[in-house]
Design a binder for this molecule. Structure first.
Ligand code: GAP
Length: 468
């Protein structure tokens, strides 16, 4: 729990549902495990995150292009990438209830409850290490029962193309968006004017058959990734410098663009045991969620592993010709920053949450560029057509330029209270004075200060504050 703001995961989960950010999937049927939908407010917040990520890391960079590849890829893709054989979670089964749990997660919660125990790094433990730890420390399930030894469980979702039994082709829902980028490497080279070093960014759904417990949208079966594969020639670009540049870009995005507090962020380097065998360096940018510091955004130096695997499996030439020396061809190396958009949303909500005890209100202090609505327009009264007509004019003027909400229900105090809870930075009231001098009241969310602004200056004034 974060003492200063009052945030807990329960409060975020309840506000998210109450105010239309996040609903449990198939709620009327009792929900679906680790699955969530984004309501009217959540859909806007997700869109803002995606747009800002794309703007900062694709559009505004000379060395980046975008891609939108499918969820269903040729199944050989996943054999080449190693997902079919090695994309596994270590699972244990409760000897009595037969419920399944992630062995590493059981150990982590055991360690939290036993702070006096010897510190161990759970990440990167193999099946034998996990089994030994569980046995030695008699780790039990939340129901208090013993477990069978851990087994590897592949987390790729399988489905099939075709309708005729016996003639169906098994395919997978992608486990990461990255492989769509690697498999199009040659197409991108041949169809655009990019030269190394350059990167390809993509945002889209990924799927993992994860066994998870109670961390809301932090870990779900279906989620959205925003991934970059940054290709370079290791003889011409120092990978350590490039790695650092990307770490700086990630930090700048989270702290600078999204306004997340720096004291809630930290880097964690993966140990040799934890790192994938093909990765030369991996760091996680972690955020302090209400359940502790956890991975928000990973960055890995994947060498030439993926392109080389696809060359071997497809038989296609995915090499790059050095423009300065056309007789030299190389398989580019890659640095990969990869983030879950849903984890960014959860971070944004946790970081924005603030119980303003003095004024008896809850405020989502989103940076204005993240806020689902930038402005809310209120006619002071509902039954005066001059006032509602003028308010509608203001609403339509603003709505063309920024997310704007219309509210004519209840008294102004209640409307402020609601907009504070969904994080709207500016509330605009159209009243009797508006009819005389064409000014409106603008009330700022955090300071609650009010001022009169001329309607003709309103839009530019708000945009200036939102883009600041
Ligand atoms: N291509 C590399 C890759 O997929 P990863 O660490 O497995 O690496 C990258 O995933 C990011 O995707 C993570 O840092 C996290 O933000 C997000 N992510 C992974 N699994 C997730 C899940 N089950 N639910 C939500 N987000 C997830």
């Amino acid at each position: 729990m974060n003492q200063d703001s009052g945030v807990t995961l329960d409060k975020i989960t309840s506000l998210a549902k109450r105010r239309g950010f996040v609903y449990p999937t198939s709620d009327i049927y009792g929900g679906l495990t680790s699955s969530y939908d984004y309501g009217p407010l959540g859909a806007e917040l997700m869109r803002n995150i995606r747009n800002l990520w794309w703007r900062d890391l694709v559009t505004c960079r000379e060395d980046m292009v975008g891609l939108d590849s499918q969820i269903l890829l040729h199944p050989e893709t996943w054999v080449a990438s190693g997902h079919v054989t090695a994309f596994n979670d270590p699972l244990v089964e409760d000897k009595v209830t037969h419920k399944r749990y992630r062995a590493d997660h059981l150990i982590e919660s055991w360690l939290e409850k036993n702070p006096q125990a010897e510190k161990v790094v759970v990440e990167g433990m193999n099946l034998e290490d996990l089994a030994a730890f569980i046995e030695k420390n008699r780790v039990k399930t939340p129901d208090g029962n013993e477990v069978f030894p851990p087994k590897a469980f592949n987390i790729m979702f399988q489905t099939a193309v075709g309708v005729v039994e016996g003639d169906k082709m098994p395919v997978y829902l992608r486990g990461e968006t990255a492989q769509g980028i690697f498999t199009h490497f040659a197409n991108i080279l041949n169809s655009t004017r990019v030269q190394l070093p350059f990167g390809v960014g993509q945002i889209g759904k990924s799927f993992r058959n994860e066994i998870t417990t109670g961390q809301f949208v932090f870990r779900t079966l279906e989620f959205e990734q925003a991934e970059i594969e940054y290709f370079f020639d290791p003889e011409k670009t120092d990978w350590q410098e490039l790695f650092k540049e990307w770490q700086d870009a990630m930090w700048q995005f989270v702290h600078g663009t999204l306004g997340i507090r720096e004291e809630k962020l930290r880097w964690r380097r993966h140990s040799d045991a934890e790192r994938s065998f093909y990765s030369k360096e991996t760091y996680d940018l972690e955020y302090e969620y209400p359940f502790g510091f956890k991975e928000l955004w990973g960055i890995a130096y994947r060498t030439d592993y993926d392109l080389q695997q696809h060359i071997d499996h497809s038989g296609k030439d995915l090499r790059y010709k050095d423009p300065q020396n056309p007789s030299r061809t190389i398989v580019p190396h890659v640095i990969e920053p990869s983030v879950g958009v849903n984890r960014v949303l959860l971070m944004a909500m946790c970081d924005a949450y603030w119980e303003d005890k003095e004024n008896n209100r809850t405020v989502m202090r989103f940076k204005p560029n993240l806020a689902p609505y930038k402005a809310a327009v209120f006619p002071l009264v509902k039954n005066k057509p001059e006032i509602t007509g003028k308010a509608r004019e203001v609403f339509h003027m603003l709505a063309k330029r920024m997310g704007t909400s219309w509210d004519d229900r209840g008294n102004i105090g209640k409307r402020y209270f609601y907009q504070d809870e969904i994080g709207t930075p500016f509330c605009i009231t159209i009243d009797y004075q508006t009819l005389e001098d064409n000014t409106v009241t603008v009330r700022e969310r955090d300071s609650m200060k009010q001022e009169r602004v001329a309607i003709e200056a309103l839009c530019e004034r708000l945009l200036k504050e939102i883009e600041a």
